[in-house]
Design a protein around this ligand. Structure first.
Ligand SMILES: CCCCC/C=C\C/C=C\C/C=C\C/C=C\C/C=C\CC/C=C/C(=O)SCCNC(=O)CCNC(=O)[C@H](O)C(C)(C)COP(=O)(O)OP(=O)(O)OC[C@H]1O[C@@H](n2cnc3c(N)ncnc32)[C@H](O)[C@@H]1OP(=O)(O)O
Ligand SMILES: Cc1cc2nc3c(=O)[nH]c(=O)nc-3n(C[C@H](O)[C@H](O)[C@H](O)COP(=O)(O)OP(=O)(O)OC[C@H]3O[C@@H](n4cnc5c(N)ncnc54)[C@H](O)[C@@H]3O)c2cc1C
Length: 636
């Protein structure tokens, strides 16, 4: 029945202050207030309806996304929302769109790599959305290998202009979000050529379309690259293809520095290239920034899937009826708990590692401004490795949550197929996860000699096994005289182990903070132990081979895991309630707050366009002739 909370009995079992946990999850009382207010604003506005996406054609879907993006912008302006509130609104609108790249990459790139002059020229236009930008780095022929990009930017000292050109088919820009049909400007990455000499890949701000009629400018060929994985999902985004045919970057030499997108290098008025004495990798700064935001996004996406699967697991009953009594809730099966609760623990673990990574990124950015590059290698390794670890675990976790919901998990109305389809490219964009782990492996190889310092007694006991595992994996690989390439598959495993160590360590550090609320810290300690022991169980071969645990320890760890699952069980619904997601944002009948699943599933089915008529379109043309065939064929 509507209005009845079918999960009330579960909520009454909670052993901790859920409202206090909501603050922990949000990060602060202020952050909770903004999230709570904006999520309810979006959920209550029919202009942000999203339950019809899977029934729209690509063109209808895309036009609807443009409408929503424009409506969101109008809402932001009319309500005078702050930058923080506006970002939250775009998050809860929950639709990949060109605005993700405009706000998520184009603006950060100008802020992070532009000179004062460039920021003064471009940021006011971008903040008012009087220009719409995208981040055009990847090409048809190269994505991972940035140094392999082929687009050229040749400085013409005669005319004081840059000529941007796509010399080959494979140099066509390919994939940039928002590029296909919307962006008026791009930060395009190209090989800078000055005076016949090449100076590597740099970013350029290039106008693509007229601000009068949106037509592509002279020399610009631009379009969408076509349908992507899954229906609806990321097809709301116009990932594009772009070719430059000797495009003049219209900025004269007086503004040449405006075009060359970097405070780390300049083309002077005399047409000379001036490289600052900073690491050339700063040109990758935007990717590092986005990678750390993607870790926070992973905790959002995983928590969303876990919320759906946990609530449904408490609603679903299957087998186990005694004397005609109710069947067993599937959440009470140990197999369901052993699949679901480590994902619940991971969602919290990724939330806290995302908080730490945000601090690390802010710290390295502050140091860069003082020309202190000492922590840049570690920041690169951490953002690359944690982006890889959390997105792989989240993509796999969303799929596991679909399976935890049985057949109904495969319905679009469960919200899980679309969440999976939208999320999985996170394992590829912003750096292929394996390529990024190779960067971590390279960092570890360089620092393996310092790993010994890790085993200082001041480290929490819980992490010593994890530290020893990384050292063992590295020493096993580095000890043999074979090249990096030959050992790369093994070194990637060590890189994963290193990242898991970081997540466990930061979760433990989080628990050393003051955490208010009855029972809140105790619940987080249980989740931290589940995360750490689940990984120890999953990789027990590594841990046993280090000798720092014995088979008996491994068995005890498994017993402890089962006990921890029993401790989580009465708090599971409250722990996902703490994410404070509206039914609108979850977009899932299986995950609805009141647990009133079956009537909603049944009602939703009849809304499918296929049920607009009891006799399907096509019956008379195809089915009736089939059914009315000669009797003789029926006897075959
Ligand atoms: C409907 C339901 C809705 C559900 C919604 C739910 C969830 C949605 C979730 C997400 C969506 C929402 C928000 C997501 C937010 C943002 C994302 C949005 C969209 C994503 C758009 C994607 C954009 C892109 O993909 S941009 C392009 C990204 N491309 C890459 O990442 C390329 C990867 N390649 C590289 O980075 C480099 O090529 C390389 C691999 C690092 C190699 O570089 P190279 O120059 O060749 O260097 P090396 O020789 O390897 O190393 C030399 C030296 O440099 C050091 N180094 C390398 N990189 C860096 C760096 N970045 N910083 C510092 N130092 C670096 C390296 O270590 C080495 O050092 P050494 O010499 O000392 O060893
Ligand atoms: C949805 C989506 C949105 C995107 N948005 C943007 C955007 O806005 N802007 C933009 O510029 N780009 C964007 N991209 C492109 C994205 O950044 C690239 O696809 C990504 O960096 C991977 O590069 P690639 O496609 O060249 O993969 P490849 O490198 O070709 O990967 C193919 C395989 O080769 C392996 N491999 C590659 N190099 C090595 C190596 N050295 N050692 C071992 N294995 C290797 C990889 O692990 C992978 O298994 C987007 C991509 C997607 C899917």
């Amino acid at each position: 029945m509507e209005g009845v909370d079918h999960l009330a009995h579960e909520r009454n079992k909670s052993e901790f202050d859920v409202d206090a946990m909501k603050i922990v999850w949000a990060g602060s009382p202020h952050a909770f207030d903004v999230s709570d207010r904006i999520s309810k604003l979006v959920a209550s506005d029919p202009g942000f309806r999203k339950d019809n996406r899977s029934t729209l054609s690509r063109k209808e879907l895309f036009k609807n996304t443009l409408r929503k993006a424009a409506y969101a912008w109008k809402t932001i302006v009319d309500l005078r929302l702050s930058e923080e509130e506006a970002a939250k609104l775009r998050f809860y609108v929950d639709e990949p769109a060109f605005t993700d790249l405009h706000w998520g990459m184009f603006i950060p790139a100008i802020k992070g790599q532009g000179t004062e002059e460039q920021q003064q020229k471009w940021l006011p236009l971008a903040y008012k959305m009087q220009i719409i930008g995208c981040y055009a780095q990847t090409e048809l022929g190269h994505g991972s290998n940035v140094q392999g990009l082929e687009t050229t930017a040749t400085f013409d000292s005669q005319t004081d202009e840059f000529i941007i050109h796509s010399p080959t088919l494979t140099s066509s820009k390919w994939w940039p979000g928002g590029l296909g049909k919307v962006a008026t400007h791009a930060i395009a990455y190209a090989r800078l050529i000055v005076g016949g000499r090449e100076h590597g890949v740099h970013g350029f701000i290039v106008q693509l379309r007229s601000l009068e009629d949106h037509s592509p400018l002279l020399g610009i060929t631009v379009g969408d690259i076509g349908m992507k994985f899954g229906n609806g999902a990321y097809n709301t985004m116009d990932n594009g293809v772009l070719q430059f045919d000797h495009v003049l970057d219209v900025y004269s030499i007086a503004f040449a520095s405006i075009a060359v997108m970097l405070w780390v290098s300049q083309v002077t008025c005399e047409g000379k290239y001036k490289q600052s004495d900073v690491p050339r990798q700063l040109v990758y700064g935007t990717m590092v920034y986005v990678r750390q935001t993607i870790v926070a996004d992973a905790s959002c996406a995983l928590s969303r899937a876990v919320c759906i699967a946990t609530r449904y697991s408490a609603v679903r009953r299957q087998f186990g009826s005694q004397n005609g009594g109710p069947e067993t809730q599937v959440i009470d099966y140990k197999t369901q708990q052993s699949r679901l609760f480590p994902l619940l623990a991971s969602a919290y673990a990724f939330r806290f590692i995302g908080e730490w990574l945000k601090w690390l990124y802010a710290d390295v950015t502050q140091r860069l401004q003082a020309n202190d590059f000492s922590t840049l290698p570690e920041a690169h390794a951490c953002t690359a490795g944690l982006k890889s670890l959390t997105t792989t675990a989240t993509a796999d976790g969303i799929e596991e949550c679909r399976k935890l919901c049985g057949g109904h998990g495969y319905l679009c109305s469960s919200g899980l197929p679309e969440l999976f389809a939208v999320y999985v490219p996170a394992c590829t964009y912003e750096g292929d996860n394996t390529v990024l782990l190779l960067q971590v492996a390279r960092f570890l190889m360089k620092t393996v000699s310092q790993l010994g310092s890790r085993l200082s007694s001041k480290k929490p006991v819980g992490t010593i096994a994890y530290m020893t595992r990384v050292e063992h994996l590295m020493q096993c690989r580095c000890g043999v005289q074979r090249g990096f390439a030959e050992l790369s598959a093994d070194l990637v495993e060590a890189a994963v182990a290193h990242c898991q160590l970081i997540v466990v360590s930061k979760f433990i550090e989080k628990l050393q903070q003051e955490i208010p609320g009855k029972g809140v810290k105790q619940q987080l300690e249980v989740l931290c132990n589940i995360y750490a022991l689940f990984l120890l169980h999953k990789h027990q071969g590594d841990f046993l081979s280090t000798g720092c645990i014995t088979p008996k320890h491994a068995a005890l760890a498994n017993d402890e895991l089962r006990s921890l699952y029993s401790q989580v069980r009465p708090n599971a619904i409250a722990l996902v309630d703490a994410f404070n997601y509206t039914d609108h944002y979850l977009g899932s009948i299986l995950g609805c707050y009141d647990g009133n699943v079956y009537p909603k599933l049944y009602e939703a089915a009849w809304k499918d366009p296929l049920n607009e008529s009891v006799v399907p379109d096509g019956y008379h043309l195809y089915i009736r002739p089939l059914l009315k065939q000669e009797i003789r064929t029926a006897r075959l």
